[in-house]
Design a protein around this ligand. Sequence first.
Ligand code: ZN
Length: 167
Amino acid sequence: MTTHTQETSVQEFERAWMEKAIRLATHSVTDGGGPFGALVAKDGAVVAIGHNQVTATLDPAAHAEVSAMRAACRELDTFSLDGCVLITSCEPCPMCLSAALWARVDRVVYCADRHDAAVAGFDDRRFYDLFEKRPQSMWPMAVERLDLPNRTAPFDAWLAKSDRVDY
Ligand SMILES: [Zn+2]
């Protein structure tokens, strides 16, 4: 019974965090960034947040996930995110997955997927094809999807923004 209760609360936490990541992603669009948001959580609390700042900072690696992990490491004063979960509004690209592996993140949870992103003009699928993916069961880090009804809200905001800088 106790275990079940804990599992339920973890799911509720993660749902709330995912809603926050989606809000970060949607706000990012009006803030001059790309429609992606992420956060790092540990022990039931948010450690750090991040949003896409590729065009704003002229940094092609400034994806939401990388930004959140960098901020989390600064916040925790460590280079290891062991024991942390990375929550991201969209399926992480190979670079962000690699960074999460190097950071020793426990789990990655995403909402929108690569196909949702492609509809908004973000087609990273060709990069995925460059990586020979091993079965998820062989990975040291779980990557799971948490689908919510508003998963494309950041992309909707992006497509509706007339003065966006496509990249
Ligand atoms: Zn990425």
